[in-house]
Write a protein that binds this ligand. Structure first.
Ligand SMILES: [Zn+2]
Length: 61
């Protein structure tokens, strides 16, 4: 019992790329009761809320 893996005890297992505070990159809302979907915008993974999703689908203009 010499070497012990350097794993911090305490805390739930995390590892997924789930942000603690979701934020819609379109409207900027952080309403936790809203549903967010992952998407890729400008080559970056972002979240978009379902309210803005139709805008992305149909186009802003
Ligand atoms: Zn939004």
């Amino acid at each position: 019992m010499a070497a012990e893996p350097s794993i911090k005890s305490g805390g739930s297992h995390k590892g997924e790329e789930a942000p603690l505070t979701p934020k819609c990159f379109v409207c900027g809302t952080t309403d936790k009761e809203r549903v967010y979907l992952p998407c890729v915008h400008a080559g970056e993974e972002k979240l978009v809320c379902v309210r803005c999703l139709p805008i992305l689908i149909h186009g802003a203009h």
